[in-house]
Each structure stands twice: as C-alpha cells, then as structure tokens.
Design a protein around this ligand. Structure first.
Ligand SMILES: [Zn+2]
Length: 503
C-alpha cells in the first residue's frame, strides 16, 4: 500500500518524508541493553517504540533488517571513560564470570521482551563478538588523523575533528560548552582534551575482559560497537538509527563522529529517539528508590506498586503517549491504562460474537463509510510519526460502535462486520502489538481461543438440533437452559439457530 510516512529526524529537528535508501529494503539499528541488571521501564520504552516502527514498516511492505545489539563489554560506570566496566563490576561482586552475568541478564531481557510482545530483532549482535571489527574501526580513525594513542589507550581527537567537521550537530551542543562543562576534570589523565572519548582502553591488571590489539591488551570504548556493528550488518549507509533520548549525547554524537572520521560521512539517514519516563514526576534512578524493574512490575513486588501490572498494561500505557512525549508512571495512571486496555479487548470479544444483520429501518446502522473512515484515520495517525495515541482513540471510537451493535442499538451487515474486524485486528494486534494476556496463544491475539470456544458452543447446539429432530425435548431444553444459565442467549431460526454471549 502506498503511504506517505513522516518520521521525526532528531538531526534536522523536523518531520521528514520517509524514503528508504534502497527500497524495498530498510535498515534499522537500535541501541540495545547493557546486560548487567534486570530491564526496567527505561528499557521497555525504546523496545516498544522501535517494535512499533518495525511492525509498521513491515506492514507497509518493506523488507526490514532490524539490528539491536547487546552491550556486554566496554560500557563503563557513569557512561564516561573512567570507572569500572558495568558487567565486570557485577561479575566481581557476585563472583561470576563476566559472560555468565551477560548471559543471565540477556536471557532475562529476552523473557521480559517476549512478555511485552516485542518482536525479536533480525540480528542481535554482541559487542564481545565484534572486537575485530571495532579494532578495524579504531585503525581507520587513527589512519585518518582523528585519534591518538596515549599509554596503550586510543582516544578520539575532538578538537581536530571539530576543525574539519562540526562536533555536536545531533545534540545541538557546541564544543566550547562541552569543554566548559567538564572543566573540573581538565588536565587529568591521558587525554589531550577532556571532551575526547576512548576508542580503545588499556586494561588494568585486574581487568578480566581483555583482548589483544596493536595498542595494548584491552577493550573497546562503548561507542565503537554500534558504529562497527551497524556498518557490518546494514552497510556504510542505512536508514534508521534509534534509541532513547538519553543516548543523543554523548553516545550517538560520538557514533556520528566515529563514522565521519572513518568513512567521511554519517552512516545514518534518520536519527530517531524516544523520550524518557518519569515515575510520579521524578526522574528514575537507583539512588531515588523508584527504580522499578520489569519483573517487579509484572509481579507487583516493588514497594511503590499497589499491585502487579500485566506486561500488556505496561505496553498499552507506553503506547497511550506519543514516543516523543515524556511519560509519567504512577499507580493511578497504570490502573487507568489497565481499564482502557480491558475496554478494547472486551470490544474485540463482542465483535467476534456479533451476528450480522441488514438494516431494520429502526436501529442505527454501522456502515462501510464508518469502517473506511476508521481505517483512514488509523493510517493517518501511523503515518504522522507513529502517533499511537491517535490510533488508540480511533479504536475506542470503533469499540463504541461495536458495543452499540452488541447491545442491539445498531445493526451491522456481514461485509461491514468483516471489514471492521480486519481493521480492528490489524491495528490493535498486528501493529500496536496488543494481545489478551501474556499467556495468550502465539499470533498476538485471542482470536484462536475465541474461535475454539465458539465452536464448542456450536457443537452443543448441533447436538440440540439432533435431539429436537428426534423429538427428545428433555435433552433439547436441557442444553438450551444450561447455556442460558452460563449467559448464552440461543435463538431458534427457520434454518437452525443463532447464539450470543450476553454477559
Ligand atoms: Zn549504541
């Protein structure tokens, strides 16, 4: 289907028409987790945001290669060039192999993503599996004169780079501000300039995660992996690079610098960033005690949660806000999201049970114009930079129409019912990725279960038809009365029967 999709590009600060470099192929790289602890809400938001983009681009017919990495080395504490490697520290504290820590939390991350119905990426490369590519990247930058070696480590030379290219384009910061903001540390250590960042770090004797390189036994700087792996799997120019807004500076700014310093230009066409999450109006942080992990949400085990919230409630809540807006989590907001999701899923169940009928001249009619309008509005919303809140409000409109038919206040013909079901399921299940519960059947919705359940009712009513044909009125009434007691309204028609669940 031909659609004009607008995507907000952080680099140009405008919504731009999406034009893939090599249609129908689309390359998308998203920064994945650093696996040294359980995923929290800050991980759920980018995962869900880019899951929506992945789903929608595929829906539009693009062949999407989605790369989301696992950072298992090189991400030092405080996101800076000093301090301990986050994974090595966890391994030391828990007396485990660093790879044991990385594997354990990678598995936990995958479980949480599956519960949130986040589709797995096409490729999930690990930083430790791409040390050679990262060393090659560092060599290129050194050869082009934008890096220097210092005591076995290699640093990116920001001033040199800034003379030729402008550093800070993505974040809108200029080099003077960056240097002024790090003044207190100036002159300390091996760097020429405090704004310089590590491309390769020499390992201290106690550091277990180390690889040989031309400069020292050590490990790559955090920013190298995304540039090296993005280029390896998506080519030297690709369409979308995404992540949370907290990665704009320094991580993505450094990635752009590495890319330009090595190959002469940026690899990325559209830079896409999701906004942050606050909890009760406060920034989320371990020291603030409001740091709630996804398993804690799902099990309701954190002290600031009134109860457990299902993964679908979390997903629905995140989608109720546009990905570029901030989201504030609170128990009240989550309870409201839980109710809203239930309303949509109830409407879908009602939709599955509607018996179509032609207009009777008395009731209102839900007609094809309504469905066409609904479809158009939903596409408009998705094409406007993935405006999921607008899709959700359209689905609520549809729910009202469905409920009016279910309550016999309106009628819906068979072709309209079919079209409405298709639009509702496409947007709610295929594109927003909602489903009835975490344990629902694969395929993302409960329609398979609904269908099986409907067939059982049909089977019972077939038995009742046979009983009636045999004039076995006792059995016939027994089936009808028992179904009625469970809330099934059975109507005899001249060709057989119809039924609906009226509770
Ligand atoms: Zn990254």
């Amino acid at each position: 289907m031909e659609q004009n999709l607008l995507i907000y590009n952080t680099l140009t600060r405008t919504k731009e028409l999406f034009k893939p470099l090599n249609a129908p192929f689309v390359g998308m790289y998203v920064c994945g987790p650093t696996v040294y602890g359980d995923a929290h809400l800050g991980h759920a938001r980018p995962a869900i945001t880019f899951d929506i983009i992945f789903r929608y681009l595929k829906h539009l017919g693009y062949k999407v290669r989605y790369v989301r990495n696992i950072t298992d080395v090189g991400h030092l504490e405080h996101d800076a060039d000093e301090g301990e490697d986050k994974i090595a520290k966890k391994a030391r504290v828990e007396q485990l192999e660093p790879m044991e820590v990385a594997q354990y939390y990678t598995n936990r991350y995958h479980d949480a993503m599956a519960a949130l119905n986040v589709l797995p990426p096409s490729i999930e490369p690990h930083a430790t599996g791409h040390i050679i590519e990262q060393i090659e990247l560092v060599k290129e930058i050194l050869a082009n004169g934008f890096a220097y070696e210092s005591n076995g480590s290699v640093y990116f030379d920001i001033e040199k780079y800034n003379e030729k290219y402008k550093y800070g384009r993505l974040s809108g910061r200029n080099l003077d501000d960056i240097i002024n903001n790090s003044r207190e540390l100036a002159g300390v250590g091996e760097k020429h300039n405090q704004a310089d960042f590590a491309l390769w770090k020499k390992a201290q004797p106690e550091h277990i995660m180390r690889w040989p390189s031309p400069w020292s036994d050590g490990f790559p700087g955090w920013h190298c992996e995304c540039t090296a792996m993005g280029r390896k799997y998506l080519g030297s120019h690709f369409d979308i690079h995404g992540g949370g807004m907290d990665l704009v500076f320094p991580h993505h700014e450094c990635e752009i610098a590495q890319s330009v310093a090595s190959q002469g230009d940026d690899m990325v066409h559209y830079w896409v960033h999701n906004n942050m999450i606050t909890i009760n109006g406060q920034k989320m942080g371990k020291s603030l005690g409001n740091f709630i992990t996804l398993p804690e949400f799902f099990e309701g085990t954190h002290k600031s949660l009134d109860k457990a919230y299902s993964p679908m409630t979390i997903r629905f809540f995140i989608l109720q806000a546009h990905y570029r807006s901030t989201v504030d989590f609170s128990n009240d907001a989550l309870l409201a999201a839980e109710k809203g999701l239930e309303r949509l899923l109830d409407a879908h169940s009602a939709l599955k049970r509607i018996t179509p009928s032609d207009p009777d001249g008395k009731s209102a009619v839900v007609d094809m114009t309504f469905v066409d309008n609904l479809r158009e509005k939903c596409y408009e919303a998705m094409n406007d930079d993935f405006a999921t809140p607008n899709v959700i409000s359209q689905l609520f409109e549809a729910s009202r129409a469905i409920n009016s038919v279910a309550d016999k206040k309106a009628t819906m013909a068979a072709d309209v019912l079919h079209a409405l079901t298709e639009v509702f399921e496409t947007f709610a299940f295929d594109l927003l990725g909602l489903r009835a519960s975490a344990g629902a059947a694969a395929g993302g919705d409960n329609s398979a279960r609904e269908e099986a359940f409907g067939k059982v009712v049909d089977m019972l009513l077939e038995q009742r038809m046979k009983a009636k044909a045999n004039k076995d009125w006792v059995t016939s009434d027994l089936i009808r009365n028992n179904l009625a007691a469970l809330g099934f309204e059975v109507k005899d028609t001249k060709d057989g029967f119809t039924w609906k669940l009226s509770i």
